[in-house]
Design a protein around this ligand. Sequence first.
Ligand code: FE2
Length: 333
Amino acid sequence: MTHHVQLFDPLLSPAAADDMVALCERFGRYPMYSQEKSSAEIGEGLAQRHDAVLNFIKSGGRFGRRDPLEVAAVRTNYFRAEYAYGDTARFAGIEPFLHHDGFVAAARAVHGRPLIEPAIVYANILLPGQELAVHTDVPEFRGANRKRFPQWLMVVMHHSGLFDAWRLRIVTGVAWFSACGGGEFAFYPDGADGPPRTLPAKRNSAVLLDTDSVFHGVDRVAGELAPLKPGMALVADGGGRWSVRDEADRAVAGYAWDDLRFSVSWKAYCFADAAEREAWRAHQDDLALEPILARLVDDLRARGRLSGEPPALTDLALLLIEEYVRFPPAQAA
Ligand SMILES: [Fe+2]
């Protein structure tokens, strides 16, 4: 199956693109996004994105490079901040991006659903030497979202195909506003077995697709990886300069704008009609954890992956990830 992908080049007017850069600098401080551990009973102690972490460690990423674990952890721990939530701007100036007509039209085309509701706008900044492991995004179902359940479970649910009747259709637009070297957006529009496509992180261009279904990642940004540690933040110093600060606010590395890979992501829900949106908002027809697990366990039995009693929850979690989340193979560098 080939997924619908929409490209934008340019995305905004040159002046509006400059405004996005100014907005990024004005926002000023971007904490490192870290992998919180899941505290849910199922898969306790696994990383929230255990599926993607396991694959990155096993495969060494898209090019089969291997790092010590602590290097891999900071290499893939980029910097993030939220600019809008729902259809509300959380930071002045993001409105033209939040309500971009081209994104709305493309969102309708991806899922064939007319009612588009913005969910979130956030910035991702990757430093030289950083990359983003291949993954699919955390999907959402009526009654199953990242506030209630570990993220890998929703990923498993989607890849199993067993819960499509409850899945919220979501699209993501990713736009780039810096001019770094490397940092290509790599994705698999024909599925995990198909060839990857890459897009340069070209200033003022964008792509929109269903990132819950299409595997994607970010290739390594040109330059050396700084000695990063969890808890650090990226700070705008003015005059086009940025620094990474430790928890005592000491600078550990300095950068110019075009060393950084700055992207802004737009996510939106796509509903067939007002009734479908209302079912989600009013929590009609929500899924609960027990029936989700029961259905997955039944399916594992039907596939011959399980006989007798299900294993302890953490082992069950690892079996579910292995069985359902089939990543694209690594390729030669
Ligand atoms: Fe993603």
